[in-house]
Design a protein around this ligand. Structure first.
Ligand SMILES: Cc1ncc(COP(=O)(O)O)c(C=O)c1O
Length: 330
């Protein structure tokens, strides 16, 4: 399903699957899939997407990468690290203005990895404005002969999503080695590519008879940005496009696209009380580092669903820890 696709080796895989405390006394067995430990440039979910996105760019003779994100984008930081590993010039189109003092968090790391930062002054959630700026910069770099690999927000193309189809397969194999099929796999979702990839992986395993449709885990996305909260049908379409790239004859039922939008709070990157409590839970029970924009909010949604009694003590549920710790220092 994956071997025919161009791929750059960037991530340290497989990532560990660790047992956690139960979220409540009668709650499910809880597992943490440590995709915060993918290795590349401080780790996180984007390393898996970038393996396929950079593979595609290198196959097209790219000499540069361009991508886009919020001021504290983990995706941009990891793209910067990928470029430094692969010898590609990296340009990041960011929301907000250049920091007045020294850069912090992901911006500091992106600068260390040698990326060129292009601040647009755009608001955090104005993705459309950012994408227009990315396209303009891509054209400029193409005219300079750099044949840039141009990556939309979050790396959420079908090619990027393939990285998470592979992650789903890896996870199910790890669970099988520990003797269980999870009841649910929960993940933090923003631009939707991670979610779409997991759904594609699930559909691929069902289509190839490696997972029973009746007992296949639910994929539960916790939405932390308005983009994905509004875009359910796009997640199914993206997953279908990823399946086509993988040459798997299957589609995702839009009914299987589940985005829990209740944990976003006021907006993207606006901290929530539940998110802060989830960050403390993770830090104090497992030494896991979560952040207020992504994994902390996502994990708060999962803990919230455990509190609501969605799963029983006989169920195993997995939270995919997608990373994001550098924002703790921003
Ligand atoms: C730490 C972290 N978790 C989760 C996500 C969400 O991934 P996606 O954009 O594929 O929905 C991101 C995206 O930037 C992220 O940085």
């Amino acid at each position: 399903m994956f071997d025919h696709l161009p791929r750059a080796t960037l991530a340290t895989l497989p990532t560990p699957l660790e047992a956690a405390d139960r979220g409540s006394a009668d709650g499910p067995r809880l597992w943490i899939k440590r995709d915060d430990l993918t290795g590349l440039g401080g780790g996180g979910n984007k390393a898996r997407k970038l393996e396929f996105l950079c593979g595609e760019a290198l196959a097209a003779q790219a000499k540069a990468l361009v991508t886009v994100g919020a001021a504290q984008s983990n995706h941009c930081r990891m793209t910067a690290a990928a470029g430094s590993r692969l010898g590609l010039e990296v340009h990041l189109v960011l929301s907000g203005d250049a920091p007045v003092r020294a850069p912090t968090g992901n911006q500091l790391l992106s600068t260390m990895f040698g990326a060129q930062m292009h601040y647009t002054g755009a608001a955090e959630s104005h993705w459309g404005e950012l994408e227009i700026a990315r396209e303009a910069l891509t054209d400029e770099l193409a005219e300079e002969g750099l044949a840039p690999g141009s990556i939309p927000i979050g790396g959420s193309t079908a090619t990027g999503a393939v990285g998470y189809a592979l992650a789903f397969v890896e996870l199910i194999e790890q669970c099988a080695a520990s003797g269980f099929v999870p009841r649910a796999v929960a993940v933090t979702s923003s631009s939707g590519g991670t979610h779409a990839g997991l759904l594609a992986g699930r559909a691929a395993l069902i289509a190839t008879g490696r997972l029973d449709a009746a007992t296949a885990p639910d994929v539960v996305a916790i939405g932390v940005a308005k983009g994905v909260n509004l875009g359910h049908p796009d997640v199914a379409a993206l997953a279908d496009d990823a399946l086509a790239l993988m040459q798997v004859d299957a589609t995702v039922d839009p009914e299987d696209v589940e985005v829990d939008t209740r944990w976003l709070g006021d907006d993207y990157a606006e901290p929530t009380v539940a998110g802060a409590a989830a960050i403390d839970w993770a830090a104090r029970r497992g030494g896991w580092l979560m952040d207020p924009t992504y994994s902390g909010k996502g994990f708060s949604g999962m803990l919230g669903q455990i509190d609501e009694g969605r799963w029983t003590a006989d169920d195993d549920v997995v939270f995919i820890h997608t990373g994001g710790w550098p924002a703790l220092f921003a």
